[in-house]
Design a protein around this ligand. Structure first.
Ligand code: 6GU
Length: 255
């Protein structure tokens, strides 16, 4: 269970939403997890307290200078329990729900936010143990990626989600997408809620949701199903609701 997250960032304001709002805000306010931000600028010297510089070899952008960042990370490591130092960069291992579960089970996370052009490679070698990316696209800095990762791990902590088993029903929890959801009114702009959801037959509803989840996954993200064969339960649910052939999607109606 996570007790503490340390974030090394030049732009701590990026994390204000996470701290103030929603599930994550509540988990932090309740003191379930300590979140501490560290700014390399506070460890920089000279009147300008400069934290970045032009890249050797030329090229666009700026690179984070080694010394202020290293001092900052060392200050983080000097406080609290030992933990691997993670860095958010587009060069990292792409985070999926399996990685989130692994990170969520740790006691402490240390996350260093790099700016896009990069961190001096010598600091990476000296102090960073693992690199994480949130996907194959480019952000101007690691802060939004850190916020995404923290949201994903905080919501998995015991007591954070309202319903005890909501996490087990998440998209990707079993390498498949989530099923569609509906709320009142029963008819909206001529569109009705699927009859099965009004039936009160909870076992059947569960099978329908499973069938929908698998059909959606097959239709939208076939790559996720390539990893594993369908279970007997999944196949039977698909057949029961006549989805076994072509993965009919509830919203798109596509086959
Ligand atoms: Cl972790 N950082 C940046 N700068 N861009 C990203 C990213 C991280 N993950 C995806 N794109």
């Amino acid at each position: 269970m996570l007790r503490r997250i340390d974030v090394v960032t030049l732009f701590p304001d990026w994390l204000e939403g996470l701290k103030a709002l929603g599930l994550t805000g509540r988990a932090l306010a309740e003191g379930r997890i300590l979140l501490k931000c560290w700014n390399p600028r506070d460890f920089a010297q000279g009147v300008h307290r400069s934290v970045d510089d032009r890249p050797y070899g030329g090229g666009p952008g700026m690179v984070m200078r080694p010394e202020p960042l290293a001092r900052c990370v060392e200050a983080v490591l000097a406080e609290g329990e030992p933990a691997p130092v993670g860095c958010l960069t587009p060069q990292g291992r792409v985070v999926d729900q399996t990685a989130v579960q692994e990170l969520a089970s740790r006691e402490r996370l240390i996350l260093v936010c790099g700016r896009y052009e990069g961190i001096d490679e010598r600091v990476m070698e000296a102090l960073v143990d693992e690199e994480w990316s949130i996907g194959d696209y480019v952000l101007s800095g690691g802060e939004p990626a850190a916020a995404v990762l923290m949201d994903a791990v905080i919501r998995l902590q015991p007591g954070v989600l309202g319903h005890q088993d909501s996490a087990a029903q998440d998209s990707f929890a079993d390498a498949r997408l989530d099923c569609p959801h509906y709320t009142r009114p029963e008819t909206w702009r001529g569109q009705v809620v699927p009859e099965v959801l009004l039936s009160g037959d909870h076992a059947r509803i569960q099978r329908w949701r499973l069938a929908q989840a698998v059909a959606r996954t097959a239709h939208r993200r076939a790559d996720l199903l390539q990893e594993r064969p369908l279970s007997r339960q999944e196949r039977q649910a698909m057949e029961e609701f006549d989805l076994a052939g072509g993965a009919i999607d509830q919203e798109s109606g596509l086959k």
